[in-house]
Design a protein around this ligand. Sequence first.
Ligand code: ATP
Ligand code: MG
Length: 774
Amino acid sequence: MGSRILEGLNPGQARAVKTTEGYVRVLAGPGTGKTLALTARCAYLITMLGISPRSVLCVTFTNKAAAEMRSRIQALCGGRVEPFVATFHGFCAQFLREEAKHLGFPANFALADVEEVKEMLKPIYRTLNINGRDLSLQDEWNYIDLVKSTRLSYVHELLSEDSGDLLREAQTQDDPKDRIFYAYLYAQRSTATLDFDDLIAFTLEILHTNKEVRDKWQSRLEYILVDEFQDIDKLQYELTEILAGGHHNLFIVGDPDQTIYSFRGADVKLFTDFPQLHQGCAQIAFEENYRSQGAILDCAYTLISNNPDPGRVHLKARRTDISEKNFAQILPPLKKVPRESEVLDAVRVIAQQGKLGLEVPQKDDSGERALLTPLPAVVHSGSEILEAEYIAREIGLIRQKAGHASVAVLYRAHHVSREVERALLRRRIPYRIMSGTGFFSRAEVRDVMAYVRLCLNPADDRALRRVINEPRRGFGARRLEKLARRAREKGCSLYEALKDSFDDQALLRGTTVRLFAETLQSLHAYIAKLKPTAALEQVLNAFGYEEYLKDSGQKERLESLATLRSLAKDFETSAGESTSAADFVTDLALYQSADLNAPRDAVRLMTVHNSKGLEFDYVFVAGVNEKLFPSAKSETEGELEEERRLMYVAMTRAAVQLFITTSMAFGQSDQENTRKPSRFIEELDPSQIAEMGGSFARRGLVSGGSGAAQFKPGDRVFHEIFGPGTVKEVRQSAGEYVIDFPALKSPRTLSFQAPLERLDGQGSAVSVDCGSVQ
Ligand code: ATP
Ligand code: MG
């Protein structure tokens, strides 16, 4: 059994597994098998040394990582073992279920995530008469988060004997933020609810003040193993130290170059100084990378070398199972008439490298096997839309030709996912949003779609149930049930029953549902005739839904409405003159089911922060522009270094191929919203990447506007299927041309990337590439 656990490990990894006693630190780069070694070590302790699984605590950073680790340990142990794997939060939650009683807090406390906290804050805003426009829920939540993680004494306030103290504070504080803070503590207290910040604070409070409990846990946890230790914050560190304070068997792994949570209090010094602070600490380093092909590692190393760190090693690429096939499959076809200069500029060239003899395939260390090392692709597109289209198109090809490959799109900020999501939706490529909620699962999107459905068909009871009290109209669950009973008796819809009840004071008193029903009735009369965009506008205004989101300070939700609007516009443009709101709803329902039923092999969309520790065959890093990545908020050298580490994490997630994409313009309007490629791209070595559209961007020839169009009105073009045509109109913001083709009865709207060639005077054709910029 044990030999199976050690099988295939390199000497450093084997040492990390077998050095079971005392303090041990592994410092090593990405993909070197740190997590693998940690997992193997846990299995080794359980199977080889016979330690009880509940005495070996493995700590990871995300629930997903914890789930994966658990099953890997189980597989290695080859039996029905229940390993103790948790995130810090998860551990604390478990701890408090057992120990919260020592603080006089009920063990069956409710645990609120960020969204639930915001729900709790809404009535507090109303009671204190604070408008969401003045102080958004997110800002208030950030404030609460900050106070709780820096001023632990709040625990005593929350638990103070007289909960009335909290109410008094809520009334007397000057700053509205503090008034809400105390009102929130009061609400927590009266509903026995803890949020994520409380978990660690409460746990520490008990461990500090209760010796009996401390002794119990210290003796129970004989071995503690912590992954990603470079991102530990002070409170987590304190917790780890206390828990390991009995047996002193603490194994930590990390990589200082992957510290990406300093902005939230992570302190890499706790990792780098660890050996000095712990006597006799064993130090182990790994230097071989088993994840990524060599060119990706070289490129990532070049980038991170811009950060100070004297001790960094250039990892050796150990992967030998990547064949020419992997690459030849994924790359889009070459341009029709490849000239050498073009070829060198395009990503497409990579698959052809061998054939064209442009680069001799490298040999691996053994000198026997020739390996292709395609360069990471850096692709510049004219606009966000084109960038997303490029990504979706490339992914489509990957899925066609390398169906089992894992694919991820990573981005610095959530909003970058929006265009990508839309492009994937358009191509019906299944995807999963791993961080945040998928677009169609968001409450506001569901609300609005329910409104539209209801206006089209007032008998849609499910839609009516969803929105009748959203925004609040004083029509709560009990009244709704009464209405439902009446509808059942009469055998009619809820809406019909509601209309019949206008005189029923008992049901309607104090509510505004009559207005709701009347608005519904009037919209129903004409909504079917409206185009999708107009229908959406009407619905958003007539029921006061958008206003309600504005008033409650729900910025993110307002952004979803903007996305819905642009989806409606897209749909209207592509589906032509006769589309209606009903068609749009049907189409979205199809999209929606594609989103909800996304198969396991779906494309993963997530922020770089959430990609930590994960790996994928193909990785797209999107939106690699100045002000986005590095984020506009990073100003100091230290902040920039953190952004660079974040980029390093993103790049080193890729195993087979890495794509870095940028866009030259953003936004919906035709105003000059130009942006530059990220400085991180400048920092790469041009010989280590294949850049497309890059020569333009780097020479600064992109001057302004969303200039992605290759043609102007009046230009003659040739389309493979439709034949010759003339450009009638160029829609910059949508990235589209309207083109007259004599072979067709009506003009066609084609995207900037449509396979069009210029018909110039001499009749020779110049091919046009996807998304490159003039
Ligand atoms: P990160 O810093 O990104 O979290 P890591 O150091 O934790 O990376 P792992 O995720 O543990 O690296 O390993 C990277 C990949 O290399 C995994 O697919 C793992 O299975 C593989 N791997 C690690 N060690 C070996 C080995 N000795 N032989 C074969 N494959 C290995
Ligand atoms: Mg790892």
